[in-house]
Design a protein around this ligand. Structure first.
Ligand code: CA
Length: 546
């Protein structure tokens, strides 16, 4: 606060036997003012990375003796593969060149678990970088190198649960440090999935006016899985610990945003306090919370500014657009009379429910779901259409690493190991190198260059960042979306007709484009918007007046 000065002071711990131990604690000087912490927004495009699987920049840290998991096996989707922070740092030029402006690596803090430690969501020390990912200095270097490029680092944080091997589980400081703690302590000698009290995953209890107490408690207090103790944020010391930890990371890494895991599982009043404490300290910061729901009502509930009937104040700037993710996939997979495009038309119409649609994060897939190319049955044109549409929406788009080279999990859709496949070229000796293009197929190279063009156009497009949105009901298997600001109009046309054809433009005259010259951002071709437009085959056309 304003009253606290930077400096060092001693904390003295007195043990039961009367002995004392001193610890010198430092309150560091702030490196910049709170207002200078600018979070991600709709001008950004976010690159999501699973660090263990992107690039191994430092093979010397692959195995760290003394940790609980020391196996490295690239043929096992659930083992560690050796990717690390150095691997991301080494390839920032590639990410920047593609046109991304922000990077979200899944958690890289200590996960000293016996298995599955690669994914990072079972944190066993909230202040320590997992040495297999690198050091705190590496994490800081990643942040500062991103900043040099005008890019943002988003940290993936987990307030709901820790990993079972967290050091405090051996000597819990309170009787209520974790939820269902007595059950854990009673069964500690034979602890496994049978003895745990799991969350009932009834996430709607957060909003449901008719919810019973047992269901509400069952959602928030149950453990996510047996290996992830559920933190009790109603304990004020735990609450303060989590808030201070988040602020420590914001300051230490000069973050450009936080992604908060499993948002509907912790105590929701605490989540409001947590997000409120951060946004109060850093008014220009951004936090996105993960609520995996296809119901726009639930997504709307968590976004700050939404008028919730129960009076809940969220303080969360951004939520995740699972409803549009599903609508887009369904729209492209459907083969009905209107070719499914009405699904995205009506999906986007739900924006009236949101306090701020442009602050919602939208995506086609992520590290927890089947890759978009697999979800779209490996149809390259549909994948292009979905991506182009995504990047022009009034949203903050997030794209998963490897989408640009059509990475898929078609062999076993939804398999976590397969969704998080190694990025080719990230390991010494890889036969295919997606960074250099060596060994990529024609389709892969084409998708890389397509995404690069759309993302780089998006980077400076005020119409996409902040423009108003007008779309037209699907018509003869086509759908038109317009983004408009000042003299910049971006036109996105989705055409699902396989046969060549033309379409009368009279219907779109309210946009005022008649007689104007527009440029195709992919091919650079110019066309005059008049009378009609012709299509050669199924695909996406993105035009701009700029
Ligand atoms: Ca490594």
């Amino acid at each position: 606060s304003e009253l606290t000065k930077a400096g060092k002071f001693d904390i003295t711990f007195t043990f039961k036997d009367g002995t004392e131990k001193k610890h010198t604690y430092e309150l560091s000087e702030k490196s910049k003012s709170s207002e200078e912490y600018i979070g991600f927004d709709s001008s950004d495009a976010i690159f999501l990375i699973t660090p263990d699987r992107f690039a191994n920049g430092d093979p010397s840290n692959d195995i760290i003796e003394g940790l609980n998991e020391t196996k490295i096996d690239r043929t096992d989707g659930y083992a560690r593969h050796g990717g690390d922070l150095r691997g991301i740092i080494n390839h920032l030029d590639y990410i920047e060149d593609l046109g991304y402006t922000a990077v979200w690596p899944t958690p890289v803090l200590m996960n000293n678990m016996h298995q599955g430690s690669y994914h990072g969501y079972a944190i066993t020390d909230y202040h320590k970088v997992d040495p297999r990912f690198g050091t705190l200095e590496d994490y800081m270097e990643l942040s500062s190198k991103l900043k040099d490029k005008g890019m943002k680092l988003i940290m993936d944080q987990v307030a709901n649960h820790c990993g079972l091997e967290h050091w405090w589980m051996k000597d819990l400081p309170f009787k209520d440090w974790v939820n269902n703690q007595k059950n854990y302590e009673d069964n500690i000698d034979n602890w496994d999935w049978k003895s745990t009290i799991n969350s009932n995953h009834r996430r709607t209890t957060n909003q449901d006016a008719y919810a019973s107490s047992i269901d509400t408690k069952g959602n928030t207090d149950g453990w996510f899985v047996a290996g992830m103790p559920d933190l009790n944020q109603r304990n004020p010391f735990m609450a303060t610990y989590i808030i201070q930890n988040s602020i420590w990371w914001i300051e230490t890494l000069e973050l450009g945003g936080i992604r908060q895991d499993t948002y509907p599982y912790p105590d929701k009043d605490f989540m409001s306090d947590w997000a409120g404490a951060i946004m109060n300290e850093y008014p220009n910061f951004s936090i996105v919370g993960e609520e995996w729901s296809y119901n726009p009502l639930l997504v709307a509930y968590w976004q700050d500014g939404h008028n919730n009937k129960d009076g809940y104040k969220s303080n969360l700037r951004s939520t995740m657009d699972f409803p549009m993710q599903k609508a887009i996939v369904d729209a492209f997979n459907e083969e009905s009379w209107d070719n499914g495009l009405v699904k995205i038309y009506e999906g986007l119409a739900n924006d009236f429910a949101y306090a701020s649609p442009k602050d919602i994060m939208v995506f086609l897939d992520n590290h927890d779901m089947s890759r978009i190319h697999t979800q779209l049955n490996e149809d390259v044109v549909n994948t292009k259409m979905a991506l182009g549409y995504l990047l022009c929406l009034p949203r903050i788009p997030q794209v998963y690493y490897g989408t640009e080279i059509l990475m898929n999990d078609t062999a076993k859709p939804g398999d976590h190991g397969l969704i998080r496949t190694d990025f080719p070229g990230g390991w010494k000796g890889d036969k295919v190198n997606a960074f250099s293009g060596e060994g990529l197929s024609k389709d892969q190279k084409d998708m890389q260059s397509y995404l690069r063009k759309v993302l780089n156009y998006r980077k400076s497009s005020k119409a996409i960042h902040q423009g108003k949105t007008i779309h037209f009901a699907p018509f003869i298997a086509t759908y038109f979306l317009f983004r408009i600001i000042d003299d910049e109009v971006v036109v996105v046309i989705l055409n699902k007709n396989d046969e060549p054809g033309s379409l009368d433009l009279t219907r779109y005259s309210e946009i005022g484009l008649d007689g104007k010259t527009l440029r195709n951002i992919i091919t650079d071709e110019k066309l005059i918007w008049k009378d009609s437009i012709t299509f050669k085959s199924k695909g996406i056309t993105i035009l701009t007046t700029k």
